[in-house]
Design a protein around this ligand. Structure first.
Ligand code: JHZ
Length: 396
């Protein structure tokens, strides 16, 4: 049974950055209600009513996974680990974005699947790219050209696909008997631990736990045999999945992760009710801090036009009443406006200057990288604000 525990209110599509704020473009902005639920049977946390993927993954998709050094390095390292461990003949990635992971493999060994046409365009000359949504039909199409695949990788994508049956049946069609499916996604334990409620937005249809992943894949003749904690995106899990009959033994570290999730109550609805209270408090604290700074005439901006910020801004009703603008290094976000709250987005070269007193860390998951890069801002008295794990000024 699905039980709702958190309502983050009226939200736009997190990646629908507006090119203008003309009457016409404001009138056509799409909104939905972001309500989060817990399935008491398989322990899966999900967006109650997912948005249609056709309006999310278009040829205007904004996110480029290569934008941060942290992610470029993380994917390089992961590619090298997986190559050594599984020695795959072919690697297929579901949701290959701008190719940041696959470019670490020899071109001829790689198959990319990326439904956003603008992103698929970026990699199609480097390696075989299918500009399609992942589903059973596509798995069959690929099988006509290739043999079964022994490494399937997918980072920050499986959580985005509402239809789990299509996802995993497609994978079961194409994975070889010795094959491994490696999935990375933000973990539910981290979201609960650090109160990162902004991991909930339209694209994150699911925020998985190992408990939920184990239950889901077993429905499709697959088996979760290993999992490990990784630090990306504020705390993620990397899941290792194989065919049910495969030789891989379930690992001790998987048992440990599953036990830990039971201990923190990821199988218990009460945990999520408690979390929802913390989320409400976080909103109150953030708005009151911003109000206080504004009353002192401080100039506040936001750093990183993240999808996560879409949730925070719309839930907390933060717009140009508090923030002058948002800075972001991504070319195709600059000159646009944030979804729902319509704050202008500018490049850091233009916006991250001496006039800024406070910068809200929209990209809090890259705190280390950003604080290192922005030493001069901090030196001259500039301050960062975060809401994760709690609302505070970082360098008081
Ligand atoms: P970042 C996206 O979420 C969308 P977002 C997606 N749904 C998902 O699952 C996760 O990624 C993984 C900018 N930036 O990665 C670049 C700076 O401006 O936290 C990015 O626009 N300066 C697929 O959007 C944004 O911040 C910097 O120094 O929440 C970061 O976005 C750095 C490091 C980043 O993901």
């Amino acid at each position: 049974m699905k039980k709702n525990f958190l309502n983050l209110g009226r939200q736009p599509i997190a990646n629908s950055f507006l090119s203008s704020i003309s009457k016409k473009s404001l009138e056509s902005e799409y909104f939905y209600n972001l309500s989060i639920s817990f399935d008491t049977k398989n322990f899966l946390v999900s967006v109650r009513r997912p948005v249609n993927p056709m309006i999310q993954y278009t040829d205007k998709y904004a996110h480029r996974a290569s934008e941060s050094q942290t992610m470029r390095r993380a994917f390089r390292k992961t590619a090298s680990i997986l190559q050594k461990k599984f020695k795959p003949k072919i690697v297929m990635e579901i949701g290959s974005n701008d190719g940041v992971f696959l470019k670490n493999f020899p071109k001829r060994k790689v198959i990319a699947v990326e439904p956003c046409k603008n992103l698929a365009e970026l990699t199609k000359n480097s390696f075989k790219t299918y500009p399609n949504f992942w589903n059973k039909k596509l798995s069959k199409k690929i099988l006509k050209k290739y043999s079964k695949i022994d490494l399937i990788f997918s980072a920050n994508t499986i959580s985005h696909i509402p239809d789990l049956r299509e996802t995993f049946q497609g994978i079961l069609n194409i994975i070889s008997d010795r094959g491994v499916l490696v999935i990375e996604d933000p973990s539910l334990s981290s979201v609960i631990k650090i109160n990162s409620y902004d991991q909930f937005y339209d694209e994150h249809v699911y925020v998985f736990s190992a408990l939920a992943m184990k239950n889901i894949v077993s429905k499709y003749n697959l088996r979760l045999f290993d999992a490990e904690k990784i630090s990306t995106h504020g705390g993620s899990l990397r899941y290792y999945i194989c065919k049910h009959i495969s030789k891989y033994k379930n690992t001790k570290r998987l048992t440990k992760i599953l036990d830990n999730e039971r201990n923190i109550g990821l199988n218990n609805f009460k945990t999520f009710k408690k979390f929802a209270k913390k989320v409400k408090n976080s909103k109150k604290k953030l708005v009151s801090l911003l109000k206080k700074l504004k009353s002192k005439n401080k100039k506040i901006i936001s750093y990183g036009a993240t999808y996560k910020s879409t949730t925070v801004f719309n839930y907390c009703k933060i717009d140009t009443n508090y923030f002058h603008y948002v800075t972001d290094t991504t070319n195709n976000k600059q000159g646009k406006f944030t979804p729902g709250t319509h704050i202008p987005i500018v490049s850091p070269e233009i916006g991250f200057n001496d006039s800024v007193d406070y910068a809200f860390l929209g990209a809090w998951n890259f705190k280390k990288e950003i604080l290192k890069k922005e030493k001069n801002f901090i030196k001259r008295g500039g301050k960062f604000i975060t809401h994760v794990p709690e609302v505070k000024i970082l360098n008081k």
